[in-house]
Design a protein around this ligand. Structure first.
Ligand SMILES: [Zn+2]
Length: 704
């Protein structure tokens, strides 16, 4: 197929969703890669002295690749089919290989090095300098600067690491699959949610119990989260909970699927890799490209949070212990780990007697959108208008909106794909870029190219002629993704490699998204986004209070758990020497002394299933969850301090947030941007206050 007849390769404007078919993917991507290979070769052969000579062509190349491949990836997420998946799989390896070739180009690396040393470098803008620094660092971390034996060794390690992480996650998958429990007594399932009973009956049928039904069983429980968690929370049979729990914490820790030797090997190789690149530990290597300045700074933040959340978690445990003793039979001597989720849920039910379903009628999607756009206008001075029909879409439920400045100047646009579509749409919610802002990649009329975002949610679809009614967590998710979208759309950075969410450090990207979530429980915002589908009445104060209280239920326990993961991760990737007297499990146990209110079981090997750090991108980076939460809570804290009902203050603060966090994107260091917004560096008090974890007596805080 010639490229001009392939709608996937159409240039300028937005993707031609109404014309793109799976059969366009393979020829389109192959054609594109050929063009880009040629472009890369001529780039490498050209004289590369100035910023524009290097970055101009590189940016065009990256942009073309991310537009076409981004469209394919987008369709994989929202319009999946066997044909599309096969086409995607046939070209994926080549796309990845091309990306690596660009990132590891020695010629580009040397040209960038020379540029950084040249006299002209100081005249570049901050964003341009940051782009040069990031590209150099990425290339260095990919091993470009290594010579001879070191380079060879680095490549061998990289290969082995890829294999190890694949093996690690396969072991976890296989170990999960190899365990199951069949229950056939109805009393063992009493009180469990109907969704669990249906899932477990279906699982039983798949395992050969043809007659299994949700009502009468038999039911098959597995270690998959959608099966495990509901049973631990609601399963009435204590012995079954114990069996499930013990199997869960010792998953992939014995026999053929034992991940412990892999953990030792991964940690040793990571350390060696870091040292080849000039760092003393893997944690240092990881932190080099993040917002957090260094390991000790992260550790002291985590310690500060730990000191406050530990006593709160002790109280949480005491509360469920009391509840269990009062309500249950005498045989329950003490709370064991497999009782915690169960009684935590019973206490939750007793304290906050409402269900997500009670809230839905108050949150019809059109009302929520109106309120959300109203908030965006109030805070950031932008107008959001529906523009359905002005862009091709991939499904009839997809909406299209334009974002304008106060004076009507167009700024950006976004698609919203709100509802779940099992079978063709991936679960979860996400924001992605369709087109990024760029000055050099201008529109045909010479205007700066304006950003366009995808906002994808998976909320409950409308039933009959009623509008879609949202659960409160669906509302929070929409706000979250809209926050990412704002950073992409309201960027004022002209350099496409640093505009919007590009070039933002991993531990800072969740700032605007979590910041927006905070508005969901603001009184004024709730009044704007809620309106009963029949009466139009806003959310009653009584429900609002329960909502707010339930949000912080067991906040100390939840935080402590995240801290345990983050501290273990840092300790293993820090000074710990694999192969010494202590094992990774000893390290984990030492961390647990300060982070577990119930000590782990002797057979606890949760590290063997800790895929985030051994098979995912979170190695020496698990702390990012908490780091970004501190930033977002502290940013919202600025509004609280100014007074959430002081209209002028809120508007002024909102404009400042827009001009700093949202406008400057990856063009400046996120710490500088945060300081400009907040007038100081980030502090954890706001997060603790918003989670009801701030110690009341001043003595608790004075040690900090
Ligand atoms: Zn997010």
């Amino acid at each position: 197929m010639r490229s001009e007849s392939n709608p996937l390769l159409a240039e300028g404007g937005l993707p031609q969703f109404h014309e793109i078919r799976p059969e366009h993917v393979e020829p389109g991507v192959r054609h594109l890669l050929k063009d880009l290979e040629a472009a890369l070769e001529s780039l490498e052969a050209a004289s590369l002295a100035s910023y524009v000579e290097i970055i101009g062509p590189l940016e065009r190349l990256q942009d073309r690749l991310s537009f076409v491949w981004g469209t394919v990836g987008h369709l994989m997420g929202v319009r999946n089919s066997d044909a599309l998946r096969e086409a995607h799989d046939r070209v994926q390896a080549d796309v990845v290989a091309f990306g690596l070739r660009v990132g590891q180009s020695r010629i580009l690396y040397e040209a960038l090095l020379a540029l950084r040393e040249s006299t002209g470098f100081e005249d570049l803008s901050d964003a341009q300098k940051r782009i040069v620094h990031s590209l150099l660092q990425e290339a260095r971390h990919a091993g470009v600067a290594l010579e001879g034996d070191a380079r060879e060794r680095f490549n061998v390690i990289a290969q082995e690491m890829a294999q190890l992480s694949t093996d690690f996650s396969n072991h976890v998958l296989d170990a999960t699959r190899s365990f199951s429990l069949i229950l056939s007594e109805p009393r063992q399932m009493e009180g469990t949610p109907s969704s669990l009973r249906e899932l477990a009956a279906q699982s039983a049928r798949e395992a050969g119990e043809q007659g299994a039904t949700a009502e009468a069983g038999p039911w098959r429980l597995t270690l998959d989260a959608p099966s495990l968690m509901p049973y631990l929370e609601h399963g009435p049979d204590r012995a079954i909970r114990e069996q499930l729990y013990r199997a869960h914490v010792s998953k992939a820790s014995s026999g053929e699927l034992d991940n412990s030797p892999l953990i030792d090997r991964i940690l040793a190789l990571r350390r060696e890799m870091a040292q080849l690149l000039g760092y003393s530990t893997y944690a240092e290597l990881s932190l080099a490209s993040k917002m957090a300045p260094d390991v000790s700074e992260v550790e002291s933040l985590l310690e500060e949070l730990r000191r406050v959340s530990y006593p709160a978690a002790v109280d949480d445990l005491e509360a469920i212990r009391t509840f269990a003793r009062e309500s249950s039979d005498a045989s329950l001597q003490d709370i064991r780990p497999w009782d915690v989720p169960f009684y935590a849920e019973r206490v939750r039910e007793a304290r906050f007697a409402y269900s997500e379903e009670d809230l839905r009628p108050y949150f019809p999607l059109p009302r929520v959108l109106e309120g959300l756009f109203g908030l965006a206008h109030r805070l950031f001075g932008v107008r959001i208008e529906q523009a359905d029909g002005e862009a091709a879409i991939w499904h009839k439920d997809v909406r299209f909106f334009r974002v304008r400045d106060q004076d009507g100047t167009p700024i950006a646009a976004f698609y919203l794909d709100p509802y779940t579509r099992p079978g063709e749409k991936r679960g979860g919610a996400w924001m992605d870029e369709c087109v990024g802002r760029s000055r050099r990649l201008a529109e045909p009329n010479g205007d700066v190219r304006r950003p366009v975002a995808y906002l994808i949610c998976n909320q409950t679809p409308p039933v009959e002629d009623q509008p879609a009614l949202m659960s409160f967590s669906e509302v929070e998710t929409l706000f979250h993704e809209f926050g990412h979208g704002l950073q992409h759309m309201l960027t004022e950075v002209d350099e496409s490699l640093a505009s919007g969410i590009r070039n933002i450090e991993w531990d800072a990207v969740e700032l605007p998204s979590q910041f927006m979530e905070n508005w969901c429980i603001d009184r004024d915002t709730l009044n704007r986004i809620s309106g009963h589908v029949e009466s139009g009445e806003t959310l009653p104060a009584e429900l609002e209070q329960k909502l707010r209280a339930a949000r912080n239920y067991r906040a100390g326990s939840a935080m402590l758990r995240q801290l345990e993961f983050a501290l273990t991760d840092l300790a293993l990737h820090g000074d710990f020497l694999p192969g010494e007297q202590r094992t990774p499990f000893d390290v984990r146990r030492e961390v647990a002394e300060g982070t577990s209110v119930l000590p782990p079981l002797p057979e606890d090997r949760f590290l063997c299933a800790f895929g985030h750090i051994f098979a995912g991108g979170y190695a020496a980076g698990y702390y990012s969850y908490k780091w970004a939460e501190v930033l977002s809570a502290d940013a919202f804290g600025a509004f609280e301090e100014a007074g959430l009902d002081e209209e002028d203050q809120v508007c002024a603060m909102g404009r400042r947030f827009r001009e700093t966090v949202l406008a400057q994107g990856g063009g400046r260091s996120p710490m500088d941007v945060f300081r400009e917004f907040r007038g100081r560096g980030p502090q954890p008090e706001a997060l603790l206050r918003q989670s009801d974890l701030l110690p009341e007596s001043p003595s608790g805080a004075s040690e900090v």
